[in-house]
Design a protein around this ligand. Structure first.
Ligand SMILES: Cc1ncc(C[n+]2csc(CCOP(=O)(O)OP(=O)(O)O)c2C)c(N)n1
Ligand SMILES: [Mg+2]
Length: 546
């Protein structure tokens, strides 16, 4: 006989869970108690937003579901942002929520919510487990749904009396996702369509990517001299130094890569969602039947015909497709010049315009490109500072970018906490803004408590810069709601027990960065920047002038 809490934790263990993020609540004490005896490392966060974002990042970095435990009502609603990101970003995640006792259900008891309803439109699936005996069955289903097809978040509500109940039930086995290989005739058709093209482009995105998938896709692209672009915040899917890599289809997209997608006559989209961002608001690829010949590869058949009508739809696990494509006889590339030109354009985007003020983010990013080891992990939230962080970074290994494709502020710090826990020996850099940082700064306490030496680079322009940029563009000079009065960030960092410094000049950055790494503690380096340079190629005064 085991309690519901014990049965649940046993299912986590046999599914290989080694780390879980929580904010405790009295609604799931039997689960916490079972974790007391478990090898699973339980990391206590300071806000459910942080716990949920950290577990989302765990799912993104490991490919196995991130586990998040929160209490009912207020805990669950605060965790919702991480569930939303896991959905938009196709990351496997399981949110476990305490629930009122079964006998009180439907009375709007204290902190009661109907989780299936609340999360129905956010998660991939959400339901309530109502007997301890069926926990193994429900957990197996939760893992299958989180990992299968297009990965995503699952929410399970756990009535507190059910967790305390004893049951005699056998465990299920570890959930593995079935691999679906592409059909031989699909590969043949792909080769034919590609052979008929002159300006092909391969586009890679989320949906069960692995390091092996990266290597195989890159080998396929290089063997055929094909240009490959990454979807927004999937920049670590291909080695950016490859002669085939031509850039990222992200927010603040470079004109050259936008034109390359618009002018392509053939697009092979491996994973990804062909969503609003990589298609630049559905203009570079026009729904429903784009001008480009479209080959769509996705493990989830329901994604294949979404928004766009492909010329060829291939339902396959991305790694199986990648391995099979690598095995295809290479074609004589009529597009070699097209690819070389794309590569040259990409290399051009790494050059930055000098920035106003004493701190030049382009220079700092150029330094980091040289300084950061290949396995360094970069995280961020949302804001214009990310445009520098993405545009001027070069990724060489899969699993080194943990950023929210959902564009959610507050993600970077908890994601850095998760990244450093998973990879204790890697350098973890969190790019953040003055607005973005304050949204999840309590997780600095988590980083201190668990002795995680993450380096936070905090770009301070004294405003919610992204929104100011749009505001000045649409309503020049009418500044409202976007100015920020900020705390003394280095002092705040030190108060948490972290290392804190303000870097006043570009030339001081290197020393400060080395001191941050050398401190062995979480570190916050504030970079005060001139608000005039609102984005790498946009000046505030020019926007205002129209
Ligand atoms: C949770 C959340 N709330 C609001 C927004 C809208 N938003 C996007 S960027 C941004 C400003 C971010 O400010 P900051 O971190 O200072 O970065 P900056 O743009 O100034 O570089 C806001 C408010 C969002 N993306 N996510
Ligand atoms: Mg700002």
């Amino acid at each position: 006989m085991r309690t519901g809490g014990r049965i649940l934790v046993d299912q986590l263990e046999l599914n290989g869970v080694d780390l879980a993020f929580c904010l405790p609540g009295e609604s799931y004490l039997p689960v916490l108690d079972a974790l007391y005896d478990s090898p699973i490392r339980l990391v206590t966060c300071r806000h459910e937003q942080g716990a949920a974002n950290a577990s989302e990042a765990y799912g993104k970095l490991t490919g196995r579901p991130g586990i998040c435990l929160v209490t009912r009502g207020p805990g669950a609603t605060q965790a919702a942002v991480g569930v939303h990101t896991a959905k938009q970003d196709s990351s496997p995640m399981i949110l476990l929520v305490g629930q009122v006792p079964r006998a009180f259900r439907g009375r709007e008891a204290w902190q009661e919510l109907d989780y299936a309803q609340v999360f129905g439109g956010i998660a991939k699936a959400a339901w309530e487990v109502d007997s301890a005996e069926r926990i193994p069955e429900h957990m197996a289903e939760a893992f299958s749904i989180a990992l299968g097809g297009r990965p995503g978040p699952v929410v399970l509500a756990l009535p507190e009396d059910m967790l305390a109940e004893q049951a005699d039930v056998a465990d299920r086995s570890r959930v593995e996702v079935e691999h679906v290989a592409p059909r031989a005739d699909d590969l043949e058709r792909l080769r034919e369509l590609l052979a008929g093209s002159e300006r092909p482009l391969v586009l890679v995105g989320e949906g069960g990517w692995t390091a092996e998938t990266s290597r195989d896709v890159q080998a396929f692209c290089e063997a055929n001299a094909l240009p490959v672009a990454c979807a927004f915040r999937c920049q670590d899917f291909v080695d950016n130094r490859s002669p085939s890599y031509v850039g990222v289809l992200g927010v603040a997209m470079d004109e050259a890569i936008a034109a390359r997608l618009r002018n392509a006559d053939f697009v092979l989209a491996i994973g990804g969602r062909l969503g609003e961002v990589p298609t630049r608001r559905y203009t570079l690829l026009e729904p429903p039947d784009p001008r480009q010949t479209l080959v769509r590869v996705h493990p989830d058949a329901s994604e294949l015909g979404r928004v766009y009508e492909p010329d060829l739809a291939v339902a396959a696990t991305l790694s199986d497709f990648a391995a099979a494509s690598r095995g295809l006889d290479p074609l004589e590339p009529r597009w070699r010049e097209w690819t070389t030109a794309g590569r040259a354009e990409y290399e051009g985007t790494l050059l930055h315009e000098p920035m106003e003020g004493a701190v030049d983010l382009g220079e700092i990013m150029a330094f980091l490109r040289q300084r950061l080891p290949g396995d360094a992990i970069q995280t961020c939230g949302a804001g214009n500072f990310t445009v520098w962080a993405h545009r001027f970074a070069q990724f060489t290994q899969f699993g080194t970018q943990a950023c929210p494709r959902s564009g959610s502020m507050g993600y970077g710090l908890p994601a850095a906490v998760a990244a450093q826990l998973i990879h204790p020996d890697s350098v973890v850099v969190c790019f953040t803004g003055d607005g973005d940082f304050v949204m999840s700064s309590p997780e600095l306490a988590t980083a201190v408590q668990y002795e995680l030496p993450i380096v936070v680079l905090l770009v301070n322009n004294g405003m919610y810069g992204t929104i100011r940029m749009h505001q000045e563009r649409q309503f020049p000079g009418r500044v409202v709601g976007t100015d920020l009065e900020n705390p003394d960030f280095p002092a705040l960092a030190r108060a948490y027990g972290a290392h804190g410094e303000r870097v006043e000049r570009t030339e001081d950055f290197e020393g400060a960065f080395e001191r941050a790494l050398g401190s062995g503690k979480p570190a916050v380096l504030e970079l005060p920047v001139d608000p005039e340079r609102i984005s790498p190629r946009v000046k505030l005064s020019e926007l205002r002038a129209g």
